[in-house]
Design a protein around this ligand. Structure first.
Ligand SMILES: [Zn+2]
Length: 165
């Protein structure tokens, strides 16, 4: 008997047919995705208000725990940098870490840190503290803006991209 695609899909997605490991994976994925959605909403509020409130801080701590505390420290310590290349206007976000600088791509939800790399290799939705920090810094407008010329763009990108590989 050949099952049609919708039937197969239904079988696959009915919890009965999902293996336990896969259920945990889907649960983690859902949890992290809803946390990321909550972060985006909070950042919209921060941007609209022009400041971060105690309620925001409490909510973010509840959502991300130590990840948020590290992100918040990075923002307060001025570790989030926005590089704007001229004349192209290309933008690159960097979070300065203890060991090296991390290249963060907020739209792609990508970061060059090991933490991010290992989670993504394990097929997990994940937001590292650099990405959290970048989002909050951008919403607050609390970051250093550095202008560079396009001719050193490739050089800098290569420096920043030198990751664990
Ligand atoms: Zn990171």
């Amino acid at each position: 008997m050949v099952l049609s695609y919708p039937t197969l899909a239904r079988l696959y997605y009915s919890t009965k047919y999902i293996y336990p490991e896969e259920m945990i994976f889907l649960k983690d994925m859902k949890e992290e995705t809803s946390k990321i959605d909550a972060l985006k909403k909070i950042c919209e509020e921060i941007k609209a208000l022009g400041k971060i409130t105690d309620e925001h801080l409490a909510a973010l701590t509840a959502l991300f725990g130590s990840r948020f505390l590290r992100a918040w420290k990075a923002v307060k310590d001025g570790m989030v940098k926005k590089y704007v290349f001229r004349p192209s206007g290309r933008v690159v976000w960097i979070v300065v870490g203890r060991e090296r600088d991390y290249l963060v791509m907020p739209e792609a939800m990508f970061c060059t840190c090991d933490d991010f790399y290992y989670h993504v290799m394990g097929r997990k939705a994940y937001i590292c503290y650099h990405l959290i920090g970048q989002k909050i810094a951008e919403a607050l407008g609390q970051y250093d803006e550095i202008e560079e010329t396009d001719d050193i763009y490739d050089f800098l990108i290569n420096e920043w991209k030198e990751i664990t590989a």
